[in-house]
Design a protein around this ligand. Structure first.
Ligand code: FRU
Length: 482
């Protein structure tokens, strides 16, 4: 083992042991059904896959600081997406090609092995660089594993010389899949003219790649596209990206950065541009860099980082005082809806439901995390959770509001409902996070929020509603014994 890795290992283990020790060291904000960092900071989901009978969730991980610094790959795995095992750090930034970060990437199974591709980040130090046009090297690195836990040697399969001309040094986040016996890869990029684009590569093997084409819109759409993904959902080809640099509008692009998808035409390979039909994945405060994969049941599942790369000025995240920040969304199953993709929590999560209370005519009091399901008659109405989180809707508009304190300074997000009205609501409320699904995931709001007390009163004002709320048991979280 290299010396740098050993030093990291020791320091990280000390911090993670605290998290897994029997005495809980964190307060009531520690999450019970969302994956969170065992120490420090978490961002993008990486290498999502189902391999050797287990779901694997790798993630961008800064175990040494809650404010996000040097990036490693952390790793959770689970047989059933309820009982999670923390596997430890999978990739360390300990080589000459990734010493300033093992950045985002993907994984896929092929011929019994797990093939992982990620971006190795290197920042040049001596010089006056802007780190956009010069001063940064990002290589696409390939590693293999036979058990999903230990990885073989790192090998750069694409480097600066292999990227097309006309780009800045911002090229990263390989998403790799296989199609018709070929290997395909998408990278996210920023052109020299500050346009976001995805770069498509093709290969005969996981180590030999050639550039096929750029994929972007006719008119510029943001200056950078991060974390691209490509998949086919019920026959529809989808390109998902996380663009940066879109201007805020009343109903769209309300966060600093966005994540969304384009529906591609059937003959997209023959077309020069991609169609102008971007839809945002999520309308809440905290959702970025989603990634999808297919599981053994053939479901297309999505997870995203429940956070944002740069903080809005008004946001004061109280978990910082506890030495950690951010989490993942729950896994969501994707389906094609009438007006776009619907996302809904995987069925497995319903197994966490415990004591249930019917919701009819009077407020309900719940203790701790809960799962709420409600059918409504459209029109206008509202749901409040304590005096802290409010969902109001009228016809085709829904508004999420947080109190000043519970929102950590963040207040309001709006969404249009493509089908014209709200007829069902599902809320998964964790200790300091809420995922709100309208119309079975036609529109979703994901947000961190920080309620004062574990006991919350649910109040509904609507015409003719009915539903249930269940207290939720925590997911089981263990740590691999070394
Ligand atoms: C997105 C991102 C990726 C990058 C990673 C670094 O949040 O900026 O583009 O690979 O995070 O942590």
């Amino acid at each position: 083992m290299n010396v740098l890795r050993m030093a990291f290992q020791e320091e990280i283990q000390k911090r993670e042991d605290l998290f897994f020790s029997a005495e809980p060291v964190l307060s009531g904000y520690r999450l019970t059904h969302h994956l969170m960092p065992p120490s420090g900071w978490m961002n993008d989901p990486n290498g999502l896959c189902f391999y050797e009978g287990r779901y694997h969730v790798f993630f961008q991980y800064s175990p040494l600081t809650a404010k996000g610094g040097l990036k490693f790959w952390g790793h959770y795995s689970s047989e059933d997406q309820l009982d999670w095992r923390y596997e430890g750090v999978a990739l360390f930034p300990d080589g000459p090609m990734d010493c300033h970060g093992t950045y985002s990437g993907s994984a896929l199974e092929w011929e019994g092995e797990l093939h992982v591709f990620y971006t190795g980040n290197v920042k040049l130090e001596d010089g006056n660089y802007d780190y956009v046009h010069e001063g940064r090297k990002s290589s696409t690195i390939y590693v293999k594993s036979q058990d999903g836990i230990r990885f073989g040697p790192k090998r750069a399969v694409l480097q600066a010389k292999d990227y097309p001309e006309g780009y800045t040094c911002h090229i990263r986040d390989p998403k790799v899949w296989r199609e018709d016996g070929r290997w395909r890869m998408l990278l996210g990029g920023r052109t020299a003219e500050d346009r976001g684009a995805a770069l498509l590569y093709e290969g005969e093997s996981p180590v030999s790649w050639r550039f096929r084409r750029e994929m972007t819109t006719r008119e510029p759409f943001g200056y950078m596209w991060e974390c691209p993904d490509f998949f086919v959902l019920e026959g529809q080809a989808v390109l998902s990206v996380s663009p940066q640099g879109l201007s805020r509008e009343e109903f769209r692009f309300q966060n600093l950065y966005q994540s969304g998808y384009f529906f591609l035409e059937k003959d997209w390979e023959a077309r020069e541009e991609i169609p102008w039909n971007f839809q945002e994945w999520d309308m809440g405060f905290d959702f970025y860099a989603p990634q999808t994969f297919q599981d053994k049941k053939g479901r297309r599942l999505l997870m995203a980082w429940m956070g944002m790369p740069a903080e809005e000025e008004e946001y004061q995240n109280p978990t910082l005082e506890e030495g950690w920040q951010h989490c993942m969304t729950v896994p969501r199953e994707l389906r094609l809806g009438k007006s776009g993709i619907c996302q809904y929590p995987v069925r497995e999560l319903e197994k966490l439901r415990r004591k249930g209370t019917g919701l009819r005519d009077r407020p309900a009091r719940v203790r701790g995390p809960f799962d709420l399901e409600l059918s409504l008659k459209g029109g206008c109405g509202g749901i409040s959770i304590g005096e802290e989180l409010f969902l109001d809707y009228q016809d085709d508009v829904a508004v999420l509001r947080l109190s000043q304190e519970a929102g950590g300074g963040r207040k309001r997000r709006k969404a249009r409902i493509p089908s014209g009205c709200v007829d069902s609501v599902r809320i998964l409320a964790d200790t300091s996070a809420a995922e709100i699904y309208l119309n079975h995931g036609e529109v979703v709001f994901s947000t961190r929020y920080y309620p004062k007390a574990a006991e919350r009163m649910i109040q509904i004002e609507a015409e003719g509603y009915e539903g249930n709320v269940w207290e939720m048991a925590p997911m089981r979280l263990t740590k691999r014994q070394r």
